[in-house]
Design a protein around this ligand. Structure first.
Ligand SMILES: Cc1ncc(COP(=O)(O)O)c(C=O)c1O
Length: 410
């Protein structure tokens, strides 16, 4: 694409991409014009289906996170689905069997949980740690039984559990570890990237995440056989693209789905990946500024508790989780309505204590929410606001201070 064409496209993009003003959004879009131009160029070349750019993105992604293999899919949910269907696949040695148990924190996302059920395994919920929002190692130790074969660790909002302790348990008990890193791309524990501790690490590029390709996801692993299983499951069960010699073109070696990304998403994702570190730094600085602004305000009365990174973690934040303190907890609903009316977007911390969701009853996984007091505490007191990829202005900081610290008065 020459310069003249780029200038033309830039003008066109600027004309069509206006964001609402005066609102503190959960996620203003983080696309630069160049990200969009990269996507457009796949369309101009009529190369929309997965091809060379997807491969280039996968290679680069694997390098950035420090994994041997990375495979792009159409969402983080699909990445989780592939992880569990790889674990039960007949090609896998020591595969999981129907009814085997997989432990998962009760503060999780829907598609962290459902692939466990969809693959015939039995989820077993464990409570979280109040400080990090991630699965509690003490509770985990109590929940492991002879039937436990896997752990789904969900790295919440850029934070993690104690990965050293988790690793010790995994090794001692000979368990599979899947890391749902959909909210934590770029976080490192003792300099090792989250998503690379276990058998599989999964990532999401939905528009609100650390980097975005609109829709999209990635799954990483270090084992060649696992990679080959994921590769065949991603597209129809065939071996196309696996570089086997004497390969017929329609060779179906496995069962499968179609979870392929588009080349357009891959081009946008590749362009965004270059900015991961920059985004991470700005988000972290914005988060610190917001907390400092609130805590140093004349109106600060300890209304809120903030979440801090786990020891040894260099976090890549996704949102700013906030817990309402006593005596304001009962006002939560009214307060969130007030914020919404006053142009501050909020959302629950993931989906709260997942035990409370209706789908849990539908699949007869019900249990008392009191068994998970820490996840319930987050459900009762928590919400989050965005941390953006552009440096926060003083105007925005004052706006947040005025509105958030009104909780005493409403
Ligand atoms: C922890 C977690 N896992 C999985 C997903 C699913 O990702 P996607 O929206 O790309 O399917 C999300 C989505 O936000 C998530 O937060």
């Amino acid at each position: 694409m020459n310069n003249k064409e780029k200038i033309f496209l830039n003008k066109l993009i600027n004309k069509y991409s206006k964001e609402p003003r005066g609102k503190y959004l959960l996620t203003p879009d983080s696309f630069s014009n160049d990200d969009i131009i990269q996507g457009i160029s796949t369309l101009l070349k009529k190369k929309i289906t997965m091809s060379d750019v997807t491969k280039k993105f996968e290679k680069k992604f694997a390098k950035v996170v420090g994994a041997k293999y990375a495979l792009m899919v159409n969402s983080g949910s699909s990445a989780n689905l592939l992880a569990f269907f790889a674990l039960i696949n007949p090609m896998k040695k020591k595969r999981l069997r129907p009814g085997d148990e997989c432990i998962i924190p009760s503060l999780c996302w829907s598609t962290s949980l459902w692939p466990i059920v969809q693959s015939g395994l039995k989820p077993k919920f464990v409570d979280i740690d109040r400080g990090s929002l991630n699965l509690s190692i003490d509770q985990l130790k109590k929940k492991i039984t002879k039937k436990t074969r896997a752990i789904m660790a969900v790295h919440i909002l850029g934070n993690s559990t104690n990965m050293i302790e988790l690793n010790k348990i995994i090794k001692r008990k000979n368990l599979y570890l899947i890391e749902d890193t959909c909210e934590s791309l770029g976080s490192s524990y003792k300099k090792k990237k989250l998503g690379t501790f276990g058998d599989f690490g999964t990532f999401s590029f939905y528009y609100s995440h650390q980097i975005t390709s609109g829709e999209g996801g990635m799954i990483v692993c270090n084992d060649k056989k696992n990679y080959e299983i994921l590769h065949s499951l991603r597209a129809h069960g065939w071996d196309r693209g696996l570089n086997k010699k004497n390969q017929k073109s329609f060779n179906f070696i496995n069962s499968g789905f179609n979870l392929r990304p588009t080349e357009t998403s891959a081009a946008i994702g590749y362009s965004q990946l270059k900015k991961l570190n920059k985004f991470k730094k700005i988000r972290s600085s914005n988060r610190n500024k917001i907390i400092k602004k609130l805590q140093s305000s004349k109106k600060w009365r300890e209304q809120f508790t903030f979440i801090y990174p786990a020891k040894n973690l260099d976090p890549s934040w996704f949102g700013l989780p906030i817990l309402i303190n006593k005596p304001y907890i009962k006002k939560k609903r009214k307060f969130l309505n007030y914020l919404n009316k006053n142009f501050i977007e909020t959302r629950p911390i993931i989906s709260g204590n997942f035990i409370n969701q209706k789908s849990i009853n539908l699949y007869k996984l019900n249990q008392s929410k009191e068994k998970f007091p820490n996840a319930q505490n987050i459900d009762d007191r928590g919400f989050f606001i965005g941390v953006h990829v552009n440096p926060i202005s003083n105007k925005e900081l004052n706006f947040l201070e005025n509105k958030l610290l009104k909780i005493n008065e409403i």
